[in-house]
Design a protein around this ligand. Structure first.
Ligand SMILES: Cc1ncc(COP(=O)(O)O)c(C=O)c1O
Length: 394
């Protein structure tokens, strides 16, 4: 892993200490160049004509995502963000009265609200899988809950928006498969962060975003739907891209996962997502994950020795998302302090509104979130700790 090269590729590191990679990471030049190149093409040729000229590159975006998660290109839909990608899968499932959705305490509010909506509209039931002693999904509890044949779906995030454990997704997938239950995985914080292999995990559907650990542009995401499920899952919304008119009275839905897409799309951003995936693959996901763990471990060990700081992460495998509270300051005050003119350290806050069940279980209203990527350095972490020490002194 050539950290200097990673940083040379990332002009943002000259301006900020960016520890908000779980919000939106700094894009490398390789991504920005592809996007601006396409915008130039649109400027010169026209939007449709530029897309036509980039047809091969656009098709390659699906190949790249397929390589990233070990899926075939026909199992990928490119959708404007992880939420819509997830929605397209979730709302398309034929869930009805009494069907049970199993989720984790770490579920993201953007997914939990749709569960509540289908509870209201279709009478589904939501059950939270208890955690084990490490604060991650208890596999024995899950196995027990899966005995109920009303369970129709297991759905949870690999890594929560407020940090915490990397869930044991391969074990969860194996249990869901054995029980014949669909498994929908929110990999929004996981792609580009940890190795993701849908064959090994055994998930049926997976949603992800571009701008976080993948370091792609904002306003882009993707959905994976396993081939054998794809044809039987009728998308909740259709248009003339996902389906085609056969006669004035009939239409046919596309066979592949692009049935979950819609026609109009930010082509430059789509190409940018492809470039981000290619860049991540070039660096190697496994070495980046090793580096992220190493740097996050360093940050946690330094925070543990910093007066006034209380670390808030749990899980036997911890991600690059490091969360903590400060005894004398609110999360927003800490964020503001770190962002100050002389420091320019980007962290963010995560509140009970984003992960209510988990935060309430742990008695937390908010945390400060410092999310590490492979391009972050010891020097940057030391500067962050120094700024926090100064904040504590007042
Ligand atoms: C765990 C998790 N799931 C889903 C999302 C939503 O992703 P997007 O904003 O791309 O729709 C987020 C965003 O923060 C997230 O952290």
């Amino acid at each position: 892993m050539n950290i200097e090269q990673l940083r040379t590729d990332t002009p943002g590191v000259e301006h900020v200490i960016h520890l908000n990679n779980a919000g939106a990471a700094l894009m490398p030049n390789q991504v920005v160049n592809v996007m601006t190149g396409h915008l130039q093409l649109e400027t010169r040729l026209g939007g449709y004509e530029a897309a036509g000229q980039s047809a091969v590159e656009l098709d390659n975006v699906y190949n790249s995502i397929g390589r990233l998660i070990n899926a075939s290109p026909g199992e990928i839909a490119v959708i404007e963000n992880a939420t819509r990608a997830w929605d397209m899968a979730f709302y398309s499932l034929p869930l009805g009265p009494g069907d049970v959705v199993l989720t984790s305490s770490t579920e993201y509010a953007g997914n939990y609200i749709p569960y509540l909506q289908l509870k209201k509209l279709r009478g589904i039931d939501i059950r939270i899988i208890p955690n084990d002693e490490y604060g991650q999904v208890s596999l024995s509890s899950l196995q027990e809950m899966l005995r109920d044949d009303r369970v129709a779906l297991v759905s949870l995030p690999v890594i929560a928006t407020n940090g915490g454990p990397v869930q044991p997704i391969e074990e969860i997938g194996a249990l869901a498969r054995a029980a014949g239950v669909l498994f929908l995985l929110d990999a929004c914080q996981a792609v580009g962060h940890i190795p993701i292999d849908v064959q090994k995990i055994g998930c049926h559907m997976l949603a992800a975003t571009s701008r976080k650990y993948l370091r792609g542009p904002r306003g882009m995401g993707f959905l994976y739907v396993e081939k054998s499920l794809c044809r039987s899952l009728e998308p909740v919304f259709l248009d003339l891209h996902s389906a085609s008119l056969q006669t004035p009275d009939t239409f046919e839905i596309r066979a592949d996962a692009r049935r979950f897409e819609n026609w109009e799309c930010n082509i430059a951003a789509k190409l940018g997502l492809g470039a981000a995936v290619d860049y991540a693959l070039e660096q190697g996901i496994e070495p980046m994950w090793q580096r992220i763990q190493q740097m996050a471990h360093y940050l946690r060990s330094k925070l543990a020795d910093t007066p006034g700081i209380i670390l808030q992460d749990n899980g036997s495998t911890k991600s690059g998302i490091v969360t903590f509270t400060h005894q004398g300051s609110s999360a927003a005050q800490a964020q503001q302090w770190l962002a100050g003119q002389d420091k320019r350290i980007n962290v963010t806050t995560s509140t009970v509104r984003s992960t209510m069940i988990d935060m309430q279980q742990r008695g937390l209203e908010e945390v400060i979130r410092a999310s590490i990527h492979a391009y972050n350095t010891v020097t940057e972490i030391d500067a962050t700790i120094e700024a926090l020490v100064r904040m504590s002194r007042g």
